[in-house]
Write a protein that binds this ligand. Structure first.
Ligand SMILES: Cc1ncc(COP(=O)(O)O)c(C=O)c1O
Length: 390
């Protein structure tokens, strides 16, 4: 068998006619920037996320930059976030000359640890509190961060919360969708996401009308009303009509796809438990149970953008699976505090032990709505073979 980590061909084959008709509609109109498709997508996604305002933009990276700029983050500031996430979360902070103040993750969910967040903020002196301007929890792999606790702490320190929901569209926390849980929500529609465009695209969400106007203006070169009157120094971060048209077709299937992902995650959990490879109670793998399956925290819906195990001898397992035709990925092999581009922040090995341990252990297995029971069985069977348990 040959099972890639992600296979988008099946999705395209199923929707080919609809997608091509939607793209043809845009071509016929010859309206490529700021038109009816983008407006309709914004309305549909605002309703879906349970917010009054959604603004399409060029990428998830631009969504984060728009959020930070709109909240007034400059080179004088620090923004609290996690070291175990995709580059852009901290990259957006660095682009503004600001500093990322990292707080370690909670090992079961891989998300921001609220206790460590509280401890970090409490130990700041007056100048440190003054410098700290915002907080970015990430809903990693599709599972919402511990938003009640995070929002409570943020309120105590008067910090706006920016949700990095790039991987989590459709996830919810306490029955409320991500994107509606902080001051601003940031989404990515990079092609591999649960809702993926045919190129780069993103979205910001907010419940605040003033922020929405400002986010929109910033994404349009700083223009609020008129194209050639610039109220702010914005940039071109617009969503184009072709991407919006593609996303509207795919959006109609998002709920079905998310349900299919969750069902396949359930199936993996069962297969690994049956094979004696995992113990649902354990956070870390050990000799007896060489893999740890994803923990699902209570009171929230994990939409499994990725199904990520922790594995003993991770790199050897990855190599073995590649030889057996099973594609896997490591998200992410090097935590952000150790990236050379952020050397000015003086991160050292040992600063964030949970992020560093996760980087050594995580492995994302094949997961997509079209993955078949036979394919899943094969993946589990080959993992069992690696640990000599077949
Ligand atoms: C957690 C996270 N934040 C931000 C981004 C940036 O999104 P994009 O690739 O659309 O710029 C991504 C996407 O890859 C992501 O996974």
């Amino acid at each position: 068998m040959n099972i890639p980590q992600l296979d988008l061909q099946a999705q395209y084959a199923a929707l080919k006619d609809e997608l091509q008709a939607a793209m043809a509609r845009v071509c016929e109109s010859q309206r490529f920037i700021l038109g009816p498709e983008g407006e309709a997508l914004e309305r549909e996604l605002a309703e879906y996320c349970g917010v009054p305002h959604a603004i399409g933009c060029a990428s998830g990276s631009d969504a984060l930059l728009l959020a930070l700029v709109t909240l007034g983050v400059t080179h004088e500031h620090e923004v609290v976030t996690v070291p175990f996430t995709f580059f852009s979360t901290a990259g957006a902070i660095a682009r503004l000359g600001a500093r990322a103040a990292f707080v370690d993750i909670e090992p079961r969910t891989f998300n921001l640890d609220p206790e460590k967040l509280g401890a970090h903020l409490k130990k700041l002196d007056a100048a440190g509190r003054q410098r700290t301007r915002a907080l970015i929890p990430v809903h990693l792999y599709g599972q919402p961060a511990e938003m009640n606790a995070i929002n409570e702490i943020a309120a105590q320190f008067d910090l706006p919360v920016i949700e990095d929901a790039a991987q989590a569209i459709g996830a919810d926390y306490g029955g409320r969708r991500v994107g509606s849980l902080g001051r601003i929500g940031c989404f990515s529609f990079y092609p591999t996401k649960n809702l993926g465009a045919f190129g780069d695209a993103g979205l910001v969400t907010t419940t605040d009308a003033t922020l929405a106007d400002r986010l929109r203006a910033m994404s349009r070169l700083g223009c609020t009303h008129d194209k050639y009157h610039h109220d702010h120094v914005g940039w071109n971060a617009r969503l184009d009509e072709l991407q919006a048209a593609v996303l509207r077709v795919k959006f109609r299937h998002l709920e079905d796809w998310n349900r299919a992902r969750i069902a396949r995650a359930d199936r993996y959990d069962e297969l690994f438990l049956e094979a004696g490879l995992s113990d649902a109670q354990k956070t870390y793998p050990d000799e007896k149970h060489p893999i740890a399956v994803p923990y699902r925290a209570p009171n929230r819906r994990h939409v499994f953008h990725q199904y990520v195990i922790r594995a003993q001898a991770r790199d050897a397992l990855k190599g073995f699976l590649a030889e057996e035709g099973v594609g896997t990925e490591v998200y992410y092999p090097l935590p952000l505090h150790l990236q050379s581009c952020f050397h000015a922040w003086q991160g050292r090995e040992g600063d964030f032990p949970e992020a560093e341990r996760a980087a050594r252990e995580v492995l994302a297995l094949p997961l997509y709505p079209e993955l078949t029971p036979e394919q899943q069985h094969y993946v589990a069977h080959r993992i069992a073979a690696f640990y000599h348990r077949s």
